[in-house]
Design a protein around this ligand. Structure first.
Ligand code: HEM
Ligand code: HEM
Length: 223
């Protein structure tokens, strides 16, 4: 099963492309993350009341969906890592891109988990859900002393806030790097992450002609 997935993925990675699975994970999650950042910011600025409580519920439901997608995407990446493309040319830029990707995955986990801890330290007004559909139990913190719960609440709130700032800084850096690769350096990096239109017009220009390193030398790539 894994071997045949990797074989299928190699058809894409040999042309410097992520697989359709990797591409859809990327763009769906990018849209959800950008929405979540704006909606979270707006939620914090609502007057205290019913609308704000309902916004907290929606925010958590979306955040837990992001956690599930990030976990699935992480598993997918472990099975079929991204292609070798122009962003992998050795140097500080490749290092920076690698660190950014690791930080993204860490933040995709830290944000929802700290959010869940915040909810668990108080008695939630309504049950938490994943995407508004699947009930998610809070962590069993109710037996702790009130001072402990308050301490945990504040710590999780701070972690969530720092992670929000880190994500809000990383996203524009990542987007600027992707655009620089494409428009400035004329690299194949962005094209490899765009959905392929089956008429052949959207094949990565560079990737079509440039020979790739043999896969045996780079590992089982795919993305
Ligand atoms: C990737 C996922 C997430 C992102 C990007 C995110 C983003 C944000 C943002 C931008 C804020 C407003 C911060 C501010 O303006 O001070 C916020 C606050 C909050 N988020 Fe999230 N969030 C995520 C996941 C979650 C989850 C899964 C939960 C709950 C299960 C959650 C619970 C909360 C709570 C309770 C607050 C209010 C914090 C406070 O009162 O200081 N978040 N989040
Ligand atoms: C909230 C927004 C975004 C997040 C959180 C995000 C996250 C990521 C992550 C984690 C990867 C690693 C590949 C993977 O795991 O599948 C990646 C790759 C990539 N992203 Fe984004 N991304 C965002 C928005 C964008 C946008 C708007 C662009 C284009 C302008 C873009 C272009 C790319 C490209 C070209 C790659 C491939 C990089 C490579 O192969 O080295 N991303 N992104």
């Amino acid at each position: 099963m894994i071997a045949s997935l990797r074989r299928w993925a190699r058809k894409h990675s040999a042309r410097g492309r992520y697989t359709p699975v990797g591409i859809w994970f990327h763009w769906i999650m990018a849209a959800l993350i950008i929405y979540q950042l704006f909606a979270g910011w707006r939620m914090e600025r609502l007057p205290v009341g019913v609308e704000r409580i309902s916004a907290y519920g929606d925010h958590s439901a979306m955040g837990l969906l992001i956690l599930l997608l990030a976990a699935l995407r992480g598993v997918w990446r472990l099975i079929v890592p991204g292609p070798i493309n122009d962003a992998d040319t050795p140097g500080w830029q490749a290092e920076a891109a690698h660190i950014t990707q690791i930080l993204f995955y860490l933040l995709f986990a830290i944000l929802p988990i700290s959010g869940l801890i915040m909810w668990s330290a108080i008695t939630p007004a309504e049950p938490l859900t994943l995407a508004g559909l699947i009930p998610v139990p809070v962590l069993p913190l109710e037996s702790l002393a009130m001072e402990w719960k308050m301490w945990i609440l504040e710590a999780a709130e701070q972690v969530h806030g720092i992670a929000v700032i880190a994500l809000a800084l990383l996203v524009p850096i990542h987007v600027a790097a992707a655009l620089k690769h494409h428009f400035w350096d004329h690299h194949d990096v962005l094209e490899g992450m765009l959905p392929e239109i089956p008429d052949g017009h959207s094949h990565p220009k560079g990737a079509q002609h440039r020979p790739r390193p043999p896969l045996s030398a780079t590992g089982p790539n795919g993305g």
